[in-house]
Design a protein around this ligand. Sequence first.
Ligand code: PMP
Length: 401
Amino acid sequence: MKAFNPAAFRSQFPALADAGVYLDSAATALKPQPVIEASQQFYSLSAGNVHRSQFPTAQRLTARYEAARDAVAALLNAPSGKDIVWTRGTTEAINIVAQCYARPRLQPGDEIIVSEAEHHANFVPWLMVAEQTGAKIVRLPIGKDYLPDLSQLPSLLNERSKILALGQMSNVTGGCPDLAKAVGLAHSAGAVVMVDGAQGVVHSPPDVQALGIDFYAFSAHKLYGPTGIGALYGKTDLLAEMSPWLGGGKMITHVSFDGFKTQAVPYRFEAGTPNVAGVIGLSAALEWLSGINIAEAETYSRGLATLAEAELAKRPGFRSFRCQDSSLLAFDFAGVHHSDLVTLLAESGIALRAGQHCAQPLLAALGVSGTLRASFAPYNTQSDVDALVKAIDHALAILVD
Ligand code: PMP
């Protein structure tokens, strides 16, 4: 593996020319040239649909489409590409687990443990299924370090615990709980674990087998791939027991007026013409990423967040909600509204996000109505940090009397 080269990495992202100082990669990552080219090629050169036609171009496309499943399985060390279901993204993947796994199994009074750090995508589907089944939501609080407090997990688990919903990495604090510990504890009580990998997969793709993860979800667009495509990994036996929620073409083996029989996994969860362009783009992203030293790139972007945090900490009122040494830096300034600050930053050409980050329960636990969040990616530079600090000084001079 070659050493990580920031300049060479950065040169592959044409959107940087127009994105200003882009510090919003946790919302969505920019796309490198090979992903753009693969998407362009798909639309310029591909003829036919997948899984439906005998002619050569369609057959070739089907082979590429299925090979991408194997590439995702390799990324996560899943046993097989057949354990990977294509979805629109993390949100849809978690909803599939909630509706197709949990809903038919949950009884009134059963318990779903949800960490306080979850994004709404790993929260609302559980609130919905609790409402539908009479199951109860149990809070796993965050600790002083902003991480879900796993020391409290044993006392929350009991024979009614059926599901633990836990993020690999918070999209606000960047905190990464000890997944092996959480999964081990949940399994000892007979609960299955839904891991939201939307942020975590970018920084450290997990070994789902070594960790014993039951379900894992991620979105391609945070991993330098296209929007509208993502994946659900599920343990083979769990997916095999699940009925689909969408009906239509290609998810059946037989249909008559008397009923239907469903396909094997994963096809039974993929009714209708899939997002073929998205899958091709994701597979290009994975191929490109296989040539990147992710660990070194991660150290580099964490270093930028550390620099920014250290510099901003010199300003009065600065508060950081950054966990460990994450590449995300959620922060605010006491007495300054995040919306005012982000508006002025946008005027200065700094692209970052402010607000509740689709994590209202976490923000409530942090005791703030919103934060700013600078998310650093390996295409950012030290001059981006300098620009952020300068723009904040400019904004604070306007906002603070
Ligand atoms: N979980 C986390 C931690 C996220 O950051 C996001 C995206 N903001 C999601 C889930 C949802 O991902 P998507 O919108 O791609 O479905």
